[in-house]
Design a binder for this molecule. Structure first.
Ligand code: HEC
Length: 171
């Protein structure tokens, strides 16, 4: 390559670089303008829809914290109690207790139904102790079991039936 060719190449190369740099700045400025505009106009819409869109389908009930899900379930179970129907242990369990005792991910905090290793020693305490703890609530080494699973509208019999159901799932 001659020196002349080198110069031309160098000039073109520099121009190309300058052009790319200018484009980057232009893109940055345009993008900034567009997003700012969007932010000002849609702040409210965005925050609402994001909250709506990311709303969990089901919610986990954690001891001490009442989730929407638990409230709905409580109402269902409470309705059945209100009309004087005695509901089966299984339906009490599925309407309420399952929110805690049927969520494998919570196994470290809540004894999960069907877990023999966890329920074995509890069952050995005697059914009456389990009934009483489920009805009155109690705090053990794992966490807090709310009285009647958090639904005072349940009768003692319904809670006992749910405990029986839990026990039946272990044996
Ligand atoms: C908010 C979550 C939650 C709900 C709802 C819940 N439990 Fe529990 N339950 C617990 C936790 C936590 C424990 C374990 C406490 C411990 O031993 O540390 C527990 C323990 C128990 C035990 C064992 C008691 C013992 O003496 O070892 C029984 C039986 C029981 N629950 C029955 C029920 C029944 C029946 C329902 C539904 C009517 C129910 N639970 C609903 C959280 C819950």
């Amino acid at each position: 390559m001659s020196q002349e060719q080198d110069k031309i190449f160098f000039r073109n190369f520099t121009l190309t670089l300058a052009f790319i740099a200018a484009m980057m700045i232009a893109f940055y400025v345009i993008a900034d303008m567009v997003t700012n505009e969007g932010e000002n106009a849609k702040t409210n819409v965005n925050t609402i829809s994001v909250a709506e869109l990311t709303k969990p389908v089901g919610q986990v009930a954690v001891a001490g914290k009442e989730s929407e899900n638990t409230i709905v379930q409580n109402e269902i179970v409470a309705d059945a109690s209100a009309v004087g129907k005695s509901i089966s242990g299984e339906s009490v369990y599925n309407g309420l207790c399952v929110n805690c005792h049927g969520i494998a991910a919570l196994a470290a905090m809540i004894p999960q139904v069907g877990d023999v290793a966890v329920w074995g020693p509890r069952i050995k305490k005697g059914t009456d102790v389990l009934y009483a703890n489920a009805i009155n609530g109690y705090t053990g080494e794992l966490g807090m079991m709310p009285a009647k699973g958090g639904n005072p509208a349940l009768s003692d019999e319904e809670v006992k039936a749910a405990v029986d159901y839990i026990i039946s799932q272990v044996q």
